[in-house]
Every structure is written in C-alpha cells, then in structure tokens.
Design a protein around this ligand. Structure first.
Ligand code: AMP
Length: 192
C-alpha cells in the first residue's frame, strides 16, 4: 500500500491534485470535507452538527472527525491499494489517531506531501472558487480568512509531526495544475 497525506492550507489545491493522483496510482481518496458536505446535503445528524462548525470556518471536533474517518477506511480497505488523505489530519490528535488506525491495519503513512502557497493567493483562489462551488465557507472573505487562521493555529504544527518521522515533503503549489501534478508525481514515484 501507498498512503499519503496531501497537506496544505485551504485553497492550496489538495482536492484538485487528489483527483488526478487517485487515478494515476489507483488510490482511494478520502476528503473529510467532502464527507462532511455529503452529510450536510443529506441532512444527517452528523451533517447538522458539522455544519455549525464549517459555516464559521472552524474545525469539527476531533472525536467526531476521527470516528468518521475511521468508518471511511473500514468501508474501503478490503479493496484499497492505498489512500490519499485530503484535509485529514488537521490536529495532532487526528494525526496520532491516524497512525494508530493504520498500524492496526498493518500499514502506515508513507509521506505527507504539502502544497505550499502564499496566503493572499489562497484568499484570491477561494473567492474565485466561491463563485461556482456553492460552498458557504468560500463565499465570505471573513470566513476564508478564519479558515486560514485556524490552519496556522491548529494544523500547521503537523509539519513538525511528520518531519520528526522523516515523512514531510514540501511542494511548490503555485503554477499550472499540470505542473503541480508533475511535482507531486516525482515525490510519489520516489516512494515506490
Ligand atoms: P475542506 O473541504 O478540507 O476545506 O474542509 C471544509 C471544512 O470541513 C473545514 O473548514 C472544517 O470545518 C471541516 N473539516 C474538514 N476536515 C476536517 C478535519 N480533519 N478536522 C476538522 N474539521 C474538518
């Protein structure tokens, strides 16, 4: 199995790149944001709870998010050749839970691939995406800036977590989609 964490602030291009990589490497793509949005759309109990956090640009509590991620892995592991985790982990508790979960499945994270993009570029990209994404959290600049702030306050620390395991690889996230895919593929091919 190859398991990677695709990392970076909101608007770094994780979802776009994950879509490309999953078919090239035959991996299961789990985006916790997508799973939350699916639940919001279907008005499940989880969706209603998650919406109250997502609309403000805050993180959904760890326990809820970890349980959901664990269920997604259980659903897919039998037929999976590996995972792209997109938007998870976002806190140290989540990173520890992910290590534990994968260990139980006799596998592990091979690399955290981090897309590096400046803040002002992120805000511009997210406002642009908000014109078509239908996402309330992309439509309001104050919410976007809060998401970026939450990233620095709660999530960016995970760089250190994976550096300590020698698994952190930074990739320049500015350029054409194709150029960025090639940069990531170079890293992916070095893992095989
Ligand atoms: P994303 O699609 O990754 O930008 O996530 C959208 C929103 O979903 C985030 O701003 C959070 O409110 C919530 N969310 C997604 N993934 C997580 C996570 N791993 N932990 C907590 N909240 C999350």
């Amino acid at each position: 199995m190859i398991n990677i964490v695709l990392f970076g602030p909101p608007g770094a291009g994780k979802g776009t790149q994950a879509e490309k990589l999953k078919s090239t490497y035959n991996l299961v793509h789990i985006s916790t944001g997508d799973v939350f949005r699916f639940n919001i759309k279907n008005e499940t109990e989880l969706g209603i709870l998650a919406k109250s956090y997502i609309d403000k640009g805050a993180l959904v509590p760890d326990e809820v998010t970890i349980d959901m991620l664990s269920a997604e892995v259980d659903k897919t592991i039998a037929s999976s050749q590996g995972y792209i985790f997109d938007g998870f982990p976002r806190t140290e508790a989540q990173a520890e839970a992910l290590d534990k979960l994968l260990k139980e499945k006799n596998t592990q994270i091979d690399a955290m691939i981090a897309l590096e993009v400046e803040d002002e570029v992120l805000v511009e990209r997210l406002l642009e995406r908000g014109k078509t994404s239908g996402r309330a959290d992309d439509a309001d600049e104050a919410v976007i800036r809060n998401r970026i702030k939450v990233y620095y306050n709660e999530t960016a620390i995970l760089k250190h977590f994976y550096e300590q395991q020698n698994k952190y690889v930074g990739v320049d996230g500015v350029g054409s989609i194709e150029e960025i895919t090639q940069r990531i593929e170079k890293v992916m091919n070095s893992l095989k």
